[in-house]
Ligand binder design. Structure first.
Ligand code: MG
Ligand code: MG
Length: 249
């Protein structure tokens, strides 16, 4: 069941999203060689509290932290740790969820640690572009499949692998609502997009093949071939027929 939001509800989600965007910007600034992922999580927790929000991830199915930190071949759901130290040339995906006045926003980005290879840089750029290509399709008159197909086409033209196992999703009072919006699919298929839909779109792109597996910690998802992976996400709303990004400043 897809839960459509009123203008007032979308405004509250926008407030939640603005807080989250500010936090992600600060976290991105804090990414440097020598910093641990636990320190990034502590910073996220401090900033969420300061903004009168709640960490949507902490406790979600038992997840122990406010952000997920996924380095290099790790794709999503990495657990922050004081033992995990960032080093020059890494890429780190930071995913965060904020609940504010009962409304969840969900966003992610992948950040270079110091200088990265041109290969890694291109992967980040293409993944971020794929997110915006998908967002553009989130209009009344289109279907979810139009978003999926556009994201897939953008990614595959570079020969990258589109992750199949994890998808975008509706978001609202809870972090995961209908519909699921995969990063692959066919045009003109899927649910029609409507005024008041709020969706987290999140392309996950592998430098190599699309396959993934979960590590023994039961959380961290890595690429099967051990190659790099990147992830960008925004929460958006369909308003006046058009997409609006809620997780921005
Ligand atoms: Mg997320
Ligand atoms: Mg999400």
């Amino acid at each position: 069941m897809i839960i459509l939001k009123s203008a007032k509800e979308i405004d509250l989600m926008r407030q939640s999203g603005r807080i989250l965007a500010g936090i992600l910007a600060e976290l991105a600034q804090a990414v440097k060689p020598g910093v641990t992922t636990a320190r990034l999580d502590a910073l996220a927790e401090k900033l969420i509290k300061k903004n009168n929000g709640l960490p949507a991830f902490k406790g979600y199915r038992g997840f122990p932290a406010c952000i997920t930190t996924s380095i290099n071949e790790e794709l999503v759901h990495g657990i922050p740790s004081p033992k995990r130290v960032l080093k020059e040339g890494d890429i780190i995906s930071i995913d965060c969820g904020v609940t504010y006045k009962g409304w969840v926003s969900d966003a992610a980005l992948t950040v270079p640690v110091g200088r990265i290879s041109p290969e890694a840089r291109r992967l980040l750029d293409v993944t971020e572009q794929a997110l915006y290509v998908g967002i553009k399709q989130a209009r009344v008159g289109h279907r979810a499949g139009d978003i999926s197909a556009a994201i897939q086409a953008h990614i595959e033209q570079y020969g990258y692998g589109v992750v199949r196992a994890y998808t975008g999703h509706g978001v609202g009072r809870t972090m995961h609502e209908d519909p699921q919006v995969p990063n692959y699919g066919k045009k003109h298929r899927g649910v029609p997009l409507k005024q008041g839909m709020t969706i987290a779109l999140e392309p996950m792109v592998n430098l190599g093949l699309p396959g993934t597996r979960v590590l023994d910690d039961n959380w961290t998802v890595v690429t099967e071939d051990g190659k790099l992976s990147a992830h960008f996400e925004h929460t958006i709303a369909v308003v006046n027929g058009e997409p609006q990004i809620l997780t921005q400043l």
